[in-house]
Design a protein around this ligand. Sequence first.
Ligand SMILES: [Zn+2]
Length: 208
Amino acid sequence: MFIHQIPSFIPLVFPKLIWEGSHHPDEPNVYFTFDDGPCPEITNFVLDELNKYRAKATFFCIGKNMLDFPELTQQIIQSGHSIGNHTMHHGNAWKMDENAYLDQIQKCEEVIRRFGIQSIGFRPPYGRLKPSFYQKTKACKIIMWSILTGDYNVRLDPQHVISSCKKALKPGSILVFHDSMKAFPLLKIVLPVLLDYCNQQGLKPISL
Ligand SMILES: [Zn+2]
């Protein structure tokens, strides 16, 4: 079974990581986040859908993709969304030497700055971190999620994903999607429905 909602004990074990966005009773904000882009056509689709609902989101971009698609990166920024660091080449913290991993984060940070903006924080690819790295990054804002849509999992039924996400959605939720080729078959069905659902429920998607 695919677990869409993070078990409640996880944030208690890793309190330094951010699992939920800020929200206020008068402003029931939710946070749509998109990892692994930018990717031509798919990121464009996401930007169009967000625009239909005047929704703002956060894109955890891969540094190399930002360099490969600078105009698309500019488009994300100009549309008022924020950008976070997802390493230079989608590094896997469990398989890499720590210095090489930190270097990938640093390089991605430099790419983001070249676009004239500040990264809003770091999201580790695959959600993987080493405990030693976790100890070293006190100053680094590490943003996880509360709802994993599972859009990259081609075996999931879109209707199941939609109903699980609807059930889990609440003010402060951070949802993870992927603007990648692999996720697109599910993303293109799930994203418009969830944006519409938030609109109906008075939940406001904003950027982190
Ligand atoms: Zn990723």
